[in-house]
Design a protein. Structure first.
Length: 152
């Protein structure tokens, strides 16, 4: 009986590993699961066959890159003139505004705004979901600083 005990423990251990492998293995993308399992077994048992992994059938698309529009206002004027930007619908946009006065940056049409002050730039993020032409201004000074055009 003492001689059989190590063999019994080894057999139970092997059986437990096989059961865990079958239960926890990832699902196969193959239509015929039996064929996929046989292929996996032959690949595992034969060292001359390459081991391959399958990528998911579909991957989530990466979000589009963010377009950064930088605007600087000094002495009541937009440095370089009013920024005119044309974007495709769905674009992700960051308006980055620096100024030498305290005010509020307002994106009309989207009704988005952020406070801006010397040393505290405004960073306004939005997705261009509505087609048209939209004015960006320093609200209290009624100073247009940019024009955003969103094309369908």
């Amino acid at each position: 009986m003492k001689r059989l005990r190590p063999l019994l423990v080894a057999a139970v251990s092997v059986a437990a590993v096989v059961v865990l492998f079958v239960v926890l293995r990832p699902e196969s993308d193959n239509e015929n699961t039996a064929t996929g399992t046989a292929a996996t077994r032959s690949t595992t048992q034969t060292s001359t066959l390459p081991v391959t992994t399958t990528a998911p059938a579909t991957t989530a698309p990466k979000p589009p890159a963010r377009t950064r529009v930088t605007i600087a206002v000094r002495g009541g004027r937009v440095i370089g003139g009013i920024r005119r930007v044309t974007l495709p619908k769905g674009a992700r946009v960051e308006l980055f505004v620096t100024t030498d006065v305290a005010d509020e940056v307002h994106l009309h049409g989207y009704d988005r705004s952020r406070d801006v002050a010397p040393g505290a730039p405004a960073r306004l993020l939005f997705r261009a979901t509505t087609s048209g032409r939209f004015e960006v201004e320093l609200e209290q000074r009624q100073l247009q600083i940019a024009e955003i055009t969103v094309r369908p």
